[in-house]
Design a binder for this molecule. Structure first.
Ligand SMILES: *Cc1c(COP(=O)(O)O)cnc(C)c1O
Ligand code: SF4
Length: 346
């Protein structure tokens, strides 16, 4: 089946790379992820009435759930907060006014293929079109990845842009999920970035250490340990239940490699829209050595309106959260406003 989903792009690159070494454990887990509505419903023991919505949503944006993530869900519970993030509901097919394909207007800020420069001092590099998990609320669910999957030759254009702009000191690997790329590609890209003297920080926004903790393996730690760049990793965790022992171990290995660990969440109806849930998340993050960074309100992407929490409710939530946590465990409540030079606090 031909879909325009990120997953499809990844499958193609894997087929082409015939000189690649045997797949690592995380790559086998990635390839074996649940990608079928019936399999997902069966695996979680859901009643048959959940299937039609899942099938319809899957046709819009492919289902993808690694087994290690599915294993943290409660079987038979359609309201499980992890399942909610990955199971398409009937509501996805509804057209909601104001919910559009490119809510962040990223298409207007692409000076080179695979490069987004919206904020001063830092750029986003789309290091991989694929994700290990497809989140239903994702603001890039309609992103034209096929136009933004640069080859090494095309990366030169993005790298030239970075070299020419000495005001940029931070390169942010994004995606898709940048850690869905293999370590040879990532090691090469980081080496290119290192060769640009004014780049001092490497930031990686990823969900892979959460959904497939074995991604944090020796090959990855090899290039992380080897770089002169300061390293920041922003994980993406929405609920404390996502953090199991394997995730804690992955975080520990990253910290030992000198990586500063932060987390961003999205405020999601039915997943984490109460202050006790958010307080447990912050506590559990800190136990794993991770500090809360952002709590994003939902971007108005078509198909995700059912996750929305209105602004006034979001502010009230954060006020009651502040009464439960020390200041350093408070995430910043923000929105991405197209055209603004930074995230906008609510
Ligand atoms: C969010 C974002 C960044 C990073 O912003 P910080 O506030 O530094 O975390 C950079 N570029 C783009 C396009 C972004 O959307
Ligand atoms: S939220 Fe992140 S991990 Fe999830 S589908 Fe979007 S880019 Fe991928």
């Amino acid at each position: 089946m031909i879909t325009r989903s990120p997953a499809n792009v990844q499958t193609k690159t894997q087929v082409v790379a015939s000189d690649a070494p045997p797949p690592a454990s995380w790559q086998r887990q990635l390839a074996g992820a649940i990608r079928d509505p019936l399999e997902l419903c069966r695996r979680l023991g859901l009643e048959p009435n959940w299937l039609p919505g899942a099938v319809q949503g899957h046709a819009l944006f492919e289902i993808r759930v690694p087994e290690a993530f599915a294993a943290r869900m409660r079987p038979g519970d359609p309201l499980d907060p992890l399942l909610r993030q990955v199971l398409p509901l009937n509501e996805e097919s509804l057209v909601t006014p104001g919910y559009i394909n490119d809510p962040l207007a990223e298409a207007e800020h692409r000076p080179a293929s695979g490069l987004i420069h919206k904020y001063p001092g830092r750029v986003l590099l789309i290091a991989s079109p694929a994700c290990a998990v497809n989140c239903r609320y994702c603001f890039r669910r309609h992103f034209p990845y096929a136009e933004n999957s640069p080859s090494r030759a095309e990366w030169q254009q993005a790298l030239d842009y970075l070299r020419d702009d000495t005001s940029i000191n931070e390169a942010i690997l994004s995606g898709g999920d940048p850690l869905a790329a293999n370590d040879r590609q990532l090691g090469w890209l980081v080496e290119q970035l290192e060769n640009i003297p004014h780049i001092k920080r490497l930031r990686i926004h990823t969900r892979l250490p959460v959904v497939i903790p074995e991604r944090i393996d020796d090959a990855l730690l090899g290039w992380l340990n080897g770089t002169r760049l300061q390293k920041v990793m922003v994980l993406h965790i929405n609920h404390a239940q996502e953090i199991d022992t394997a995730v804690v171990v992955a975080c520990k290995r990253l910290k030992e490699a000198g990586v500063t660990l932060l987390n961003q969440s999205v405020l999601l109806r039915g997943v984490n829209d109460d202050s006790d849930t958010l307080a447990s998340l912050s506590e559990r993050l800190f136990d794993a050595g991770v500090l809360p960074y952002y709590l994003h309100v939902l971007d108005p992407v078509a198909g995700a309106a059912h996750f929305d929490v209105p602004d006034n409710e979001a502010r009230e939530l954060v006020t009651s959260l502040r009464a439960k946590l020390p200041g350093f465990l408070m995430p910043r409540l923000v929105r991405e406003v197209p055209g603004k030079a930074s995230k906008t606090p609510l």
